[in-house]
Design a protein around this ligand. Sequence first.
Ligand code: TYM
Length: 332
Amino acid sequence: MTRIFSGIQPSGIPTLGNYLGALRNWAKLQDGNECIYCVVDLHAITQFQDPATLTQQSREMAATLLAIGIDPVRHTLFLQSQVRAHAQLAWIFNCVARLGWLNRMTQFKDKAGKDRENASVGLYAYPNLMAADIHAYHATHVPVGDDQRQHLELANDIAQKFNHDFGVEFFPTIQPLIMGPAARVMSLRDGTKKMSKSDPSDQSRINLNDDADTIALKVRRAKTDPEPLPSEAAGLAERPEARNLVGIYAALTDTDHQGVLSEHGGQGFGPFKQALADLLVEKLAPIADETRRLLADPAGVDAILRDGAARAAAVADPIVAEAERLVGFLRA
Ligand code: TYM
């Protein structure tokens, strides 16, 4: 059985980008694999989070994952801060990774922006923690959206250097699973920018808890160009906004760009946006309803996370203890 690991930050309400790029695939991969899914609150605090909001958003994120069908009995769902192994291994990886490697991380440059001097050290070292998340479980496959590709390459570089430095074959190579026509969902306001839960404009994204009217309005207002949809996928090449909406439609109907255009090619954006909004409401409303139902019992969600953390620690603790032994830490 393949061991899968992935994580999501509780730094806002999950978006359609999170759902199509990652979460939906997390749910699908549960058949036939061993899956470990983590709400990564240690990552979230690399940018300041109001404490009460962080607590609430962590619980809400866990409830959303349950609502999309993550099974906390057959698989493991937990909160990163409840398993010490992540921070312990991350420190070792801080000492394995090279500054030059981290200097190349494009996401740090995007997130730190112009005020780089004022970014937290945690934000800079974030990819090392992410590598620790995965390697603490000896996971081999990691389902993510396209924006995480570079971080996973770094995770492999760190594993390789650790193995080389200590003369072992301890950490396995990991494979990114970047799946489907919506591995990079773009902002509804700007087809060249990623849809993000932390974008200041709420109009730029669909949140998984948006109601039907909000979804319809956001889709209607989504930026497009004046041409009708092309009938061939190649016609989307220079049209990022059109490509984005077609990709979303394709992912939601389990087809590809061409499959959507065979049906909707030649159509103007008016009718296509209407069809897309209907589809989004049909797919997302049950998730929002189920999330709300689960959150009516916060203690129930917390208990699931506590159980998940105990099971996660049972896997990660011996692996991280062995890494510590390999490094040469004295153990009684
Ligand atoms: P995060 O919280 O930003 O996003 C969670 C997942 O959603 C994907 N994603 C997208 N996919 C398509 N289109 C988008 N617009 C979009 N926005 C986000 C992300 O690629 C991700 O898969 N560093 C990670 C969390 C993490 C992690 C890990 C992931 C921490 N440790 C270990 C895998 C393994 C992050 O910030 O994801």
